[in-house]
Design a protein around this ligand. Structure first.
Ligand SMILES: C[S@@+](CC[C@H](N)C(=O)[O-])C[C@H]1O[C@@H](n2cnc3c(N)ncnc32)[C@H](O)[C@@H]1O
Length: 339
């Protein structure tokens, strides 16, 4: 497929060999690719003529490529232009694995209109697709204290208050663009000497907030568990520590038998819903990072579902504060969130 479709800014599928290694023993069946992107994983899995893919992506640009996949793979490939928090509505549920490759594809990062990067000039945007508001709305409409929360919780930005104050003051004169925001961050962080760009944390926090990435991930994982058959896998690749913390807790908390007792072996496994083959995440090799530098922050975690009936109250409670901060976005939405 890649040989026949000339994609601009081709995305290197991260940790592809490792994913194939995990799913190979179960090879032949239906797989759910929750983050189709440029189709790197879907294409590789479909090389096996016995496999089928159901794919999701929220970006409208993924539709064009999905049409080409449909032509080539016919009834073995189905695509939904939807957010992956909505996978629970699928009729097909016999998946061998459900895969999430979080983050952004190369064509999204280089898309000036999406304005994901601080290297672009122009109007703030950051919408991945199917959004209810943009970064322009966030920076120009929310209260100072709300901005502080977004920058602290999603960017771990220690100058969150100072930057929010400057934003509120500056926007009294004119609405802020991407370069206004970058200039203002540079001003707030005059004595900063760290390897990362000064704007990295603020831009990360805005991307997470605009795309409601925490709620998407949390409800995506819960729904993946709910629709997945026993003995099938959930595989997740994350690109920053906040995402990895959520995935790590999800797998770890629900793979431990906290009430199990060595004196009452009958109770063993009562609260175990996943089996973890590896406790540590899989990371890209030196060779992969050399070939594709953005893969350097990738972490792959996976688990096998071993029983039904998990209750996710503890998971939701653990990340309640982050979910609450994302709800600030309801103020900016025309359509209220469904979850
Ligand atoms: C890192 S890329 C995936 C790349 C893909 N694995 C490949 O090999 O080409 C992530 C993709 O997930 C999509 N995405 C991110 N969050 C999503 C969500 N909540 N629902 C659906 N798609 C999402 C993005 O639009 C993007 O296309």
């Amino acid at each position: 497929m890649s040989a026949t479709i000339n994609l601009e800014n081709k995305h290197f599928p991260v940790l592809l060999d490792e994913i194939i290694k995990i799913i190979s023993p179960r090879y032949s069946g239906t797989f759910l690719d929750c983050t189709f992107g440029q189709g790197g994983y879907s294409e590789k899995i479909l090389e096996n003529p016995n496999n089928k893919i159901i794919a999701f992506d929220r970006d409208i640009n993924a539709i064009r490529l999905s049409e080409l996949f449909k032509k080539k793979f016919e009834e073995r490939f189905k695509f939904y232009h939807k957010k992956f928090s909505e996978i629970k509505d699928l009729e097909t549920k016999n998946f061998k694995a459900i895969i999430f490759d979080l983050g952004y594809s190369t064509n999204q990062i280089f898309d000036e209109k999406k304005g994901l990067s601080f290297n672009f000039k122009g109007k703030l945007n950051m919408k991945m697709g199917l959004n209810s508001f943009s970064a322009h709305d966030v920076v120009n409409k929310l209260e100072k204290d709300e901005l502080v929360k977004i920058f602290k919780y999603f960017g771990d930005e220690k100058d969150a208050r100072k930057i929010s104050q400057l934003i509120v003051k500056k926007r009294e004169q004119n609405l802020l663009s991407t370069n206004d925001l970058v200039e203002l961050i540079n001003k707030a962080k005059k004595n900063y000497n760290y390897k990362k760009n000064k704007s990295t944390k603020i831009f990360q926090s805005l991307r997470i907030f605009v795309n409601q990435e925490v709620s998407e991930l949390i409800y995506g994982l819960i729904n993946a568990y709910r629709i997945l058959p026993i003995n099938s896998f959930i595989i997740v690749i994350t690109f920053h520590s906040l995402e990895d913390k959520i995935v790590k807790f999800f797998f770890k908390n629900y793979s431990e038998d906290k009430n199990g007792s060595r004196y009452l072996p009958g109770l063993k496994n009562k609260n175990k819903f996943f089996e973890l083959t590896k406790k540590k995440p899989i990371i890209p090799s030196y060779e992969e990072i050399k070939q594709n530098p953005p893969s350097r922050s990738a972490k792959l975690r996976y688990a096998k579902k071993i029983s039904d009936g998990a209750n996710f109250d503890e998971f939701l409670l653990k990340f309640k504060d982050l979910l609450e901060v994302e709800k600030i976005g309801n103020k900016l939405c025309q359509k209220k969130y469904l979850f």
